[in-house]
Ligand binder design. Structure first.
Ligand code: FA5
Ligand code: MG
Length: 439
């Protein structure tokens, strides 16, 4: 399995939010990630993520949704994957993608991990959730292992009045000035089928309600972003936002879509959604005659655009020059303070095991394993970027890899000595934990 030659020295137990979890073979949660847990950036009213959260909360405040933003980040494997119908072999379940505390518990990888709880317990027909989520991922300006999502959901009882009820709810949604390009039909038998238990008319209405709700959300947020960006460029003209819908797939919704927003000349994917699978609703204690939608939107990349923030790591900065720039209720452009110099260093090695294997992951080393070591060794976010610049199978059958690491601090100039020490420690840790030979 992936990381089979990993010799990760883990503690006997890990304490999160006052609860102690025994570690086991599945544990892969490093201290560098654990220290992000509990920062609650989305609850800080003067932080870009918190400002974005408040804006949406305010927009939907009088529309009858319950807004949860206090859910703890540790969830069960059942809540994050099983109940949502993730297939056993879905890559999201693997140790190379997800931070496991042990075989049963993990850091949620998405806010959908709370659908089970919310469908079971929420007393209003709809809810919103905002929370920090965690994924083992690459390192660059738009990927960070901790980020934020907002989830929304809405259900109806499928009784004899259902068509009338949803139609009325649809009429009551506020109208907005937005350009929607080529909205696909509400479902497609072949590529994006509806569920058996829904009528054609029901799918059309519920998906219309879902799409309109998301359009209202992104319009609100991006409109403020437009004002901020025009102010930034001394240009007053504001045009309506342009969006489009594309078909998507999620195990727990059908049909499913993603919305893309046209921003600075590019289509930006920002939110997945769909009509909730009947089985998920039933699993969560709902009557089988329940119909509804759910969506999940990533907040960090949107906040980067709206606030003109060039690097996703900045959200986690504790530097006053960052934090002092943002105030409750206001979307304003980030004024960069001097960037500190960067230095690049390479790390090259052979992977010794799995010579006969073609598949990289079967060799017992995954790129994410290196990223993890880097984050662990370099505790203060001193790395801007890691690039795999070379990857080839040597005639001796061993896989050879070379990574280029760009060292740069958000907060100060790094000394040569300090960078060398970190780089050596990364090499040493890599060599200790994996069956590799440094070159
Ligand atoms: C989801 O996480 C689903 N839970 C969304 C959903 C909810 C679908 C309910 C249907 C019903 P996805 O993995 O695509 O989907 O992530 C959603 C958004 O999170 C993305 O569009 C993106 O904006 C953001 N995102 C994903 N990975 C990262 C990352 N590493 N850093 C920052 N943002 C990310
Ligand atoms: Mg996606």
């Amino acid at each position: 399995s992936v990381g089979s030659c990993l010799r990760y020295e883990k503690p006997e137990s890990i304490v999160i939010d006052g609860k102690s979890y025994e570690t086991d073979d599945w544990t892969n949660l490093p201290s560098s990630i654990l220290k992000l847990v509990g920062r609650n950036l989305h609850l800080n009213p003067n932080h870009p993520i918190g400002i974005l959260n408040s804006l949406v909360k305010k927009r939907f405040g009088n529309m009858g949704y319950t807004h949860y933003d206090n859910f703890k980040p540790v969830v069960s494997k059942f809540e994050n994957f099983d109940v949502l119908g993730f297939p056993e072999d879905h890559p999201g379940r693997s140790k190379s993608d997800t931070y496991y505390i042990n075989k049963d518990y993990l850091l949620r990888t998405h806010t959908s991990a709370h659908e089970y709880y919310c469908f079971k317990n929420c007393e209003t027909p709809g809810y919103f959730i905002t929370a920090d989520v965690y994924r083992r991922d690459e390192i660059d300006k738009t990927h960070y292992p901790g980020f934020h999502q907002m989830e929304g959901a809405r259900i109806w009882k499928k009784d004899e009045n259902v068509i009338e009820t949803i139609s009325k709810d649809l009429e009551n949604l506020p109208t907005i000035d937005i350009i929607v390009e080529d909205t696909p039909k509400s479902y497609d038998d072949k590529t994006n089928p509806k569920q058996e238990y829904m009528s054609v008319e029901e799918v059309a209405l519920v998906s219309r309600h879902l799409k309109r709700t998301i359009e209202i959300l992104v319009n609100e947020v991006f409109h403020l972003g437009m004002i901020a960006s025009k102010k930034n460029r001394n240009n007053k003209k504001i045009e309506p936002l342009k969006v489009r819908w594309v078909e998507a797939y999620f195990p727990w919704t059908a049909p499913s879509w993603e919305i893309e927003v046209f921003w600075n000349g590019e289509w930006l994917e920002c939110c997945g959604c769909g009509l909730v699978q009947q089985q998920v609703l039933i699993n969560s204690g709902k009557n089988e005659d329940t119909i509804g939608w759910a969506f999940g939107i990533g907040l960090d990349r949107i906040a980067m655009l709206l606030f003109g923030i060039p690097d996703i790591r900045l959200f986690w900065s504790e530097d006053d020059r960052f934090l002092k720039q943002f105030k409750e209720g206001s979307v304003n452009y980030f004024k960069p303070y001097s960037k500190y110099p960067s230095s690049k260093k390479d790390i090259s090695f052979f992977i010794n095991s799995g010579k006969e294997k073609g598949n990289e992951s079967e060799r017992g080393f995954h790129d994410n394993d290196l990223y993890e070591i880097i984050r662990e060794v370099s505790q203060e976010d001193l790395i801007e970027n890691v690039n795999c610049i070379d990857n080839f199978v040597h005639p001796n059958g061993k896989l050879s890899k070379c990574f280029r690491i760009t060292y740069q601090s958000m907060d100060r100039t790094l000394t040569n000595d300090e960078v060398n020490k970190i780089h050596e420690k990364i090499k040493q840790t890599l060599a200790e934990r994996f069956d590799i030979t440094l070159r």
